[in-house]
Design a protein around this ligand. Sequence first.
Ligand code: SF4
Length: 316
Amino acid sequence: MSLLCADSPNLMATLADGGVELLWHPSLSERSGEDVVTLLEDCIAGRQALDVLCVEGAVLRGPNGSGRFHMLAGTGRPMIEWVGALAARAQHVVAVGTCAAFGGVTAASFNPTDACGLQYDGDAAGGLLGADFRSGSGLPVINIAGCPTHPDWVVETLLALAMGEVAPDSLDALGRPRFYADHLVHHGCARNEFYEFKASAEKPSDLGCMMEHMGCKGTQAHADCNLRPWNGQGSCTNGGYACISCTEPGFEEPGHPFALTPKVGGIPIGLPTDMPKAWFVALAALSKSATPGRVRTNATADHLVVTPAIRKTVRK
Ligand code: SF4
């Protein structure tokens, strides 16, 4: 469904330009019912080439490993069988979204449907296809994690596959395409000035950085959401909501309310990636002592109260 938001440029034109022929998509294709079953059977039998199998949503192994919680209508076969048979034929297998990649929200709590990802069960390799699975290309499952996933991540992955530009080192340790997973959500966030001075939001709608109190995990979450805005300009943090790290396995059960930062001794538990705790504590203390009044005031307001001073740019 996220892919349907890839509207600029036009999704179908972009795929066509990249040489991607869409065999079938549940929302975009006219084919349905027996036609689709025939297409899937042709792929499994090798009568139809299958370059890329994209799966969205967790796969449900329950009850008792039968997969019968999720049947493909009219076939009498569970989806896990269809997915397994198609994956064995596909040149590339792509998990679209965190549920398909790691299990996601569907696998939360006591996981009554025994949901998992295609090649991961949370952060443990395995899942439906197994840790050793490799598609026809020799690659593991490509995990375009995100809840939802960014439409451009899907399009860019498909185009890169069509151009033969995805190699093992194009993926990170969790199988995510590095073109987006080598970034952090924090990169490019409009609240960066507030972060620098640890000028923090204290309630929803405040303009300040949401790391200290409001649960933001942008300094730990792998994604380029603030470098590649959604629908041209949006992102969670731009919209005033903390990053909940939705591209990471296990994000669905953080062990605390999403919009609340867990702390020990007043220090956030989830410190920025790559930063030792002592450094963060020292930097935070220094930053807070040097916070400009403008930044401190605006951090707890819902609109700019103090604007930046105007200084002469030409000195004579
Ligand atoms: S709100 Fe989150 S992403 Fe934005 S600057 Fe603060 S920690 Fe970084």
